[in-house]
Design a protein around this ligand. Sequence first.
Ligand code: FAD
Length: 441
Amino acid sequence: MAHQFCIPGKVSLSATIHNPRTPLRKFGIVTNSTILNIIIAEGITREITTVDSSNYDIVIIGGGIIGLSVAHTIPSIYNRVAIVDPSPGKGTTWVAAGMLAAVTEAYYGEDMNLNLNMASAKLWKSFAGELSEKSGIDIGYRQVGTLVVAGDNDDRSYIKELYDYQRGLKLNVEWLSAAEARELVPQLAPSVRGAMLAVDDYQVDPRLVIKALMKLATDRNYSFLATRATSINAASKKSSGGNSENGFDVTLESGDELHAGRVIVCTGPWTSQLKGIPRSITSAVRPVKGEIVRVAAPDPSLLPAHTIRGITNGRSIYMVPRADGTLVIGATMEEKGFDTAVRSGAVFELLRDARALLPIVTELSFQETIAGLRPATPDNGPIIGSVGDDNGLIVAAGHYRNGILLTPITAMAVSALVQSDEGQLPKEVIPFSPMRLEKSA
Ligand SMILES: Cc1cc2nc3c(=O)[nH]c(=O)nc-3n(C[C@H](O)[C@H](O)[C@H](O)COP(=O)(O)OP(=O)(O)OC[C@H]3O[C@@H](n4cnc5c(N)ncnc54)[C@H](O)[C@@H]3O)c2cc1C
């Protein structure tokens, strides 16, 4: 039975509810335990459905941009799909600036990461078009280019060196004098000493991407279970209906269990907390804190058209202008475990460095500060691939600084693995299999 409700004057709320009056029928065992899964996500409309089964084709653990885009990309023959997440979309993805920065994130010695980033950047245009068209939601994909500016002469030397390196890699970058940079972006500070233009580094609004993906998941009647998964185990004979070779049991924090033919782990920085996946994976993912400040202009035309990145006094800063006049300023990098408190000093430092390059910043109205946790790995690359050889348990996590950029290629790769269609697996993803961690463990 399906229910729907709306609060007048507010967004429609949505939920997947295990109806307390309908006993949860699990693998032949009737239990009265209930899973109440009310998910309230801003601006997102979904249906309330009654879950009367704990048996799924696919269970996706983690509904951030990675989990939801995987859910969107898997073929429609898998129609019994559950997404387990206490607050989908509200993890790291909710904090991210949304730069699609394949070129300006190209650092020394990360050639494999660069190949992956470039391949995913190329997929973004059609991915964005498809999401917007199917959901009817503009996801803020803007092909505006990124300008990397130098605050002083030392910063200029650093950026020039990076420019030479990136030119050496045949990336599409252009050097601009200070005057040329100011001609392109008149809002820049007079002190700016030169800049590098990366015309192909675009942006998207991750919060709008989440909104679109949640709508599309609802349209496909996926179940959202607003709870945490605690562990994954190979299915027992009882849970898999006598077939011990097929599938997995996923234990939820309530103690309830789901059975799934396949499980896809997309738990971002919290991957280390999930039991039942190899230690080489759980020990590889660590949280790296990043703080963001959002300010807003009364008129979007007051902001630069381009994303501005820069170095000022040796420190990195970026500013991402949105079409609605919001300017996202980021970001700190701190190794502080799972702490997400916003440090007042971080807000000060971000605004100080932003103003040094773009003086208008301190005239804009203050909107928000927020901290998120980047899912980092030892080689700064994501973990995308199967655990074992039957593609029953798949991991897509550890996307660190570039999870938004890497969304389309990750979803494409996981979809290929789900179908056991190795031919569809993008070649750039292969080096990022979980196997590499076993070798280095
Ligand atoms: C300040 C900052 C700025 C960034 N800017 C950019 C940028 O400009 N461009 C870019 O490409 N990337 C950026 N990133 C990185 C990007 O945000 C991440 O790589 C990306 O969001 C990771 O997506 P995810 O879906 O793996 O993780 P998340 O969005 O964190 O989603 C993981 C989900 O799993 C759920 N979960 C965790 N454990 C469990 C469990 N046991 N059971 C059930 N659910 C669980 C969580 O609730 C969460 O919703 C930025 C990150 C930060 C912090």
